[in-house]
Design a protein around this ligand. Sequence first.
Ligand code: NOJ
Length: 739
Amino acid sequence: MKHCKTLFVAAALSAVATVGIVTSCNPAPEGSDPRVEKLLRKMTLEEKVGQTVLFTSDWTVTGPSMRQGYIDDIRSGRCGNIFNAYTADYTRKLQEIAVNETRLGIPLLFGYDVIHGFRTIFPINLGMACTWDMDAITRSAQIAAREASAAGLHWTYSPMCDICVEPRWGRISEGAGEDPYLGSAIAAAMTKGYQGSDLSADNTLLACVKHYAAYGAPQAGRDYNTVDMSERWLREFYLPPYKAAVDAGALSVMASFNELDGVPATANAHLLQDILRDEWGFRGFVVTDYTGINEMVCHGYAADEKDAGRLAMNAGIDMDMQSAAYFNYLVDQVRSGEVKESTLDEAVRRILNVKAALGLFDDPYRYCSPEREASQTLTAQNKAEARSIAAQSMVLLKNDGVLPLRKGARTAVIGALAASKDDLLGSWRGAGEVQAVPATIADAIREVTPAVYAEGCKETGDDRSGFGAALAAARSADQIVLVIGEDCQWTGEAASRTSINIPGVQSELLEKLAATGKPLAVVLLNGRPLDLSAVSAAAGALLEAWYPGTMGGYAVADVLFGDVNPSGKLCVTFPRNLGQVPIYHYAKNTGRPYVHPEAKYESRYLDCPNEPLYAFGHGLSYTTFSYSDITLSAASFGAGDTLQASVTVTNTGGRTGTETVQMYIRDLVGSVTRPVRQLKGFERVTLAPGESKQLTFDINPETISFWRADMTWGPEAGGFKVFIGGSSDNVKEAEFSYE
Ligand code: NOJ
């Protein structure tokens, strides 16, 4: 039996209406599933501990070490959960061992990193966030869930909710960028897509909110590095997306590798108990990240692995991914009283209730379906959706009129990345395979127009021997497409960089191609904000395509040749150079804001403007939009009221286009200082040439609430500004007050 109920979620599922309804499955709101309680009464200590153990199969390696012999551990009842095993046939084989050969026949839970698609790969998450399209993001998660669940999987390690303002960190590619409001909307949309309205359905997946918490803030951008910040900044900037996913019904959470305020997240009772369970009311289970328990020895927080296991269990970690600390020591620790049996029981209860909610006690093989696996994987419909979302995720950073390119014109396509299928998939591509990619960017362009390809140079290294052929190709063509960026394995986990330059000699090649004077469009494949100052100066047009997924080659061609009008908006700021980092729109004003051009004692750089190269929210279209001034429904409002801010947006160009209209607010005086721009609403609007539409955003007390000086959440009376526009640096503004 499963307990489902509908929750009202104060997460931004759509921009203007900031309160949405999602159906959430909660395993134990009124108590535990009776079958779980019955099992708990029968289970030996060893069997209980087995349910807290998660081991990887030998199919995919996603971490540093591996325990051999997982099949024997399943058979002995000492491992109740497996990750990195998939396909209907293989999961059935393992499930049969658990169900038929263990004393209690408790089904296994199968997890996997389904991060931006399972077999049909969507753009990397940073790109997906640039769609600002919650419906599209939900649909991509639904497709991923459909494909993965048919392959026997129950559980995805997604959504990744780590806010990040650190482009050196390789995992910025896996998240939704720098903004807590947009990040929260996306976290909720993905959770809704994976879990659907019925977690026990055979085509939905259990979501896992990760990496809790603040993993996206490692010092100096080095993966796994120390994280430290004030409680206020943690709550205001980093926690909202995790909470939004929990509010949307996610029933598992993954603790992060990092320490926070000196305590590893894996044993951080403040995060796991005070905030997650007591404040947010989370009722699912918490899993560690890969060997997170063992790593507490290296952190200098636990004397040995045994001690680390005790600390983790007592802090609220229900499941141990891959450390084997629970596997090796927990039975003895319960016997000796170091861990209370009731603590272990509670962990097992949470895990078993999620298994019940997934329907595994009704039918342990519900998710293993060779028929569905064959019929629902990489379907024409899934691929069409991937192509359209990929095109939507691309951000037109600059265009001096080169784009859209002319169909029929001779086109030189240059760059190693233009001929790569592998890089289109990005990192964390799940079970996505290169063989499923139908076309590279060069292939796709060739289908549209006469084209010649030359590699020019690789993404890395200093080999310039291909420059000559590339220049010859460029000179013989009417227009040039240069595809440059990063090897996709330079992004993702353990892929931090100390430079955000375009690697190798790619920029040099660009300079030479630009010197031909031919119309030149640069397409970027990368997973982090890069220093594009020189690239932007040299290229006629700049299209940020991220790693666009299985159908990415076609999607790039769709945008380049104008079959799709670009509509992506940056979910992260692009600095002028690394020295500006961290740079993000949610910044404070400081006591000495830089306002006088020649001033010395103001907050500025001597050698670089303060402004980024491309601001959060920026993104061009092949048409143009104009904004009216803002009209407010009143000059002030109070508790229980809603103020409305409206603008009229007009398509002033010659093509139908989609604009993401963004609303920001600023609280002018607070009991603690407030950011100059805080995103508080957005809406996508599609307009035909000449068409106008009035958009209205609600501003209520929740919109202007924050963690006040006394650490209570709420609004403060006083003056505010509201900004509305098509980018954080291009807005109309008006003032109002809250009384
Ligand atoms: C480590 C990564 O940090 C996490 O995101 C992932 O889900 C696990 N490995 C499992 O592969």
